[in-house]
Design a protein around this ligand. Structure first.
Ligand code: SF4
Length: 438
């Protein structure tokens, strides 16, 4: 039996798509092995969001070839779609497949024999808008959390972003199909389904079903589970979705809402579709409609034109915002974006300093948020034990909880009283093993 090893760079959407590629290999008689093991075929699913992601891709190819210099190497994903020639030029790469082709690997590869020159199969990005490749993946070996792709591509024009270039326009999974696949995941035993995509809240345009209506259909599926939205643009987080989240135990009390900058002028330069006042209003409204809500925020530091003044605006804006944590990204110049030609480039060391400042603030926000939960009872979904013998889990608000390993509590919704935290995990007592009721 031939062996294949797969490696993913980038986001959870990529992870779910790698999983779909793995299934194609399984169906064709391959055994899937860990990437550190010797394999006949190595598959690398790439990202292009940051400079590092591209550098990482080169390193991963070299790592695979060190393990088995005779292995067949396939590279796909966003970097492959955007700059296939560059990847084909990496020594040892045998085939480069684009964003469309990765869903039909075996129609492009006759045999897995190494060649002197890499083959490239990459459709133009415009063609991607008619394609929707199904993908879902599990978070770990346990059947606790599954990432389920319902949307792909993006019609927005954020000036720093290459994703629309690599993935094409916004498109959605047919709602009937989405309900069917969602039900299958529940039947397989997954307890938390995370809806993923490039711009998840934009779901529905080509299938005539707004995101809110899809959510209504999904939470009608019977079973013991909860649903989480991986991320949603602030302009797409509607009152209806907030109210639905407040009123349904099936909806996680957590949103991840990209902000990117707390400076009005930088937001404009980024071509984001809201201003700081809109964002501020949304966060206060969400907290009011859903008390105790967990809110994560994406921020970029060092965008062109971000002087100390604009950074201070972002810093102060975030300082006053009632949210639970940030994901902070350091801006990096991406080819073919508008931002790369903008004046006011920020020194790279200064970008990193700003990232550190905001990461420290994020940690403080998280600790404050966890402190508000001390003495409170939350619904936790515990996963398998980790290396230290504890079991970890997340509450509906996306609070990380740790407890001594008790097998019967894994992959079950459990009432848990938070008694303390160390800034990373919350600790406390299990009250009962009680499924969420709707
Ligand atoms: S919303 Fe903006 S940042 Fe997000 S994928 Fe679309 S273009 Fe990129």
């Amino acid at each position: 039996m031939k062996k294949v090893a797969l490696h993913t760079l980038g986001c959870k959407l990529n992870f779910s798509e790698t999983s779909s590629i793995g299934k194609q290999f399984l169906q064709n008689g391959f055994e899937v092995v860990d990437f550190n093991n010797e394999a006949d075929v190595y598959v690398i699913n790439t990202c292009t969001v940051t400079e590092n992601a591209e550098r990482d891709c080169r390193q991963v190819v070299r790592r695979a070839l060190r393990t088995n210099p005779e292995a067949y190497v396939m590279v796909t994903g966003c970097y492959a779609q955007l700059r296939p020639d560059e990847i084909a030029g990496i020594e040892g790469v045998d085939i480069v497949l684009g964003s469309k082709e990765k869903f039909d690997v075996f129609s492009f590869i006759e045999n897995f024999e190494k060649k002197n020159l890499a083959c490239i199969f990459v459709s133009p990005t415009e063609e991607l808008t008619n394609e929707f490749g199904f993908a879902s993946s599990s978070d770990a070996d346990s059947r606790t959390r599954a990432y389920f792709k319902i949307q792909d591509g993006c019609d927005y024009k954020c000036t720093f972003c290459t994703i629309p270039l690599a993935r094409g326009g916004s498109r959605s999974m047919d709602p009937g199909k989405a309900v069917e696949k969602f039900s299958e995941l529940i039947d397989q035993g997954y307890k938390e389904i995370i809806l993923t995509g490039v711009n998840v809240g934009d779901y529905g345009k080509n299938v005539n079903t707004p995101f809110y209506r899809l959510l209504l259909k999904l939470i009608e599926v019977p079973g013991e589970y909860r649903l989480r939205i991986s991320s949603i643009e602030p302009n797409l987080l509607t009152d209806q979705i907030l109210e639905l989240t407040a009123g349904s135990d099936k909806m996680s009390k957590h949103f991840h809402i990209p902000l990117q900058s707390g400076s009005q002028s930088i937001l404009r330069q980024m071509q984001r579709r809201y201003n700081t006042a809109d964002y501020d209003r949304l966060i206060y409204k969400a907290n009011k409609v859903i008390p105790g809500l967990g809110i994560g925020v994406d921020v970029i530091t060092g965008f062109p034109g971000e002087t100390e003044k604009e950074f201070t605006e972002t810093h102060n804006f975030l300082m006053n915002l009632p949210v639970s944590y940030f994901h902070v990204f350091t801006y990096s110049e991406r080819p073919r974006t508008k931002a790369i030609n903008m004046p006011g480039s920020v020194d790279v060391a200064e970008r990193k300093r700003r990232t550190n400042v905001l990461r420290i603030m994020s940690q403080k926000k998280k600790e404050d948020f966890y402190s508000t939960k001390q003495g409170k009872i939350v619904d936790v979904l515990f996963e398998n034990s980790n290396h230290s013998g504890d079991m970890k889990g997340f509450s509906t608000e996306y609070i990380r909880v740790s407890h001594d390993f008790i097998p019967e509590y894994t992959n079950k919704f459990t009432k848990f009283r938070i008694l303390s935290h160390d800034g990373e995990n919350c600790y406390g007592e299990i009250l009962e093993n009680q499924p969420i009721t709707v």
